[in-house]
Design a protein around this ligand. Structure first.
Ligand code: ZN
Length: 294
């Protein structure tokens, strides 16, 4: 194993022909994606130069948060309770919302843990909505690697799929945990509809890829790829599950996939309604420092 394979860092710059998660050379290219023959990660491909911010204006942000805020309120509550299980309401926790966007997560944190201090970092330093901004302390993105603040909990809600170098980013975050600290990640995974459409219908599979992999969603995880990435960051999973979790109404996803046929739209709505039974689209995981890394 050479140095590049050991670190997992910057495969993009060093070898665009390799999987950036595991270093394997066998990449099956379909449309704007590549799937690794070893770890199974589904990548936006060829690799773009860098991660991009989700929004470039407050108007764009509002257009996203208006339909998603109610979903997120419930999702944030669920992930907080999952990751902080056993913590008393009065705990003075230091919590980081990494890639926190509009800042709504801090509001839910302060509701459940009023004595917590919530920090927010985002690639866009002006991402917080002014109404949510008072609930968190902003740390500048460019200065974050050198910032001395340490955290009891770090949350990456729908962030791990956006990172162009997720292993290095996660390693940096692992180094910012207090003793006994935890990192929570929820991120899209390739659930059964990916292999099924790949097998049965190229047309539907291409729609699925169009709707889920993009210059914003750079990797859709397999369980194996997720395990390799987190282990290379020096972390181990202490809790993991597959969740049905959406941030938008059903029509948003159908539109993204370019699905207009009435029959497919009915099928899409039926699947969305039954999601918690049949459509567990996210990995949800609580991570701790591996004993070998301590
Ligand atoms: Zn791989």
């Amino acid at each position: 194993m050479n140095q590049t394979e050991q670190t997992g860092d910057a495969y993009v710059a060093r070898d665009p022909q390799r999987c950036k998660i595991c270093g394997h050379r066998e990449l099956a290219v379909t449309a704007h994606t590549a799937r690794c023959g070893n770890c199974g990660v589904l990548l936006y491909y060829p690799y773009p130069a860098a991660s991009l911010p989700c929004f470039t204006s407050e108007q764009e942000a509002i257009e996203w948060y208006a339909p998603s805020a109610a979903y997120n309120h419930v999702n944030f509550t669920r992930m907080l309770r999952y990751a902080t299980d056993g913590q008393p309401m009065t705990a003075p926790l230091a919590i980081l919302d990494y890639g926190g966007g509009g800042g709504q997560f801090a509001l839910v944190c302060k509701s459940l843990f009023p004595r917590s201090t919530v920090y927010l970092v985002d690639i866009n330093d002006n991402s917080a909505l002014k109404e949510w901004a008072p609930f968190s302390r902003r740390l500048a993105f460019a200065e974050f690697p050198a910032d001395p603040t340490r955290f009891d909990f770090i949350f990456l809600n729908d962030v791990f799929e956006h990172m162009d170098d997720p292993i290095s980013a996660l390693r940096l975050l692992a180094g910012k945990l207090n003793d006994g600290g935890r990192i929570f990640i929820d991120t899209p995974r390739q659930f059964w509809i990916y292999p099924l459409t790949r097998l049965l219908s190229r047309r539907l599979h291409l729609k699925l890829l169009k709707g889920t992999v993009s210059h914003m969603h750079l990797q859709i995880w397999s369980k194996r790829a997720f395990g390799i990435a987190t282990a290379r960051a020096g972390l181990r999973a202490i809790k993991m599950g597959y969740w049905a979790e959406f941030t938008m109404p059903c029509d948003y996803y159908l539109k993204n996939m370019g699905i207009t046929s009435p029959a497919l739209r009915v099928a899409g709505h039926a699947m969305y309604a039954a999601a918690r039974f049949i459509l567990r689209n996210k990995i949800a995981c609580v991570l701790a420092i591996s004993s070998g890394s301590e």
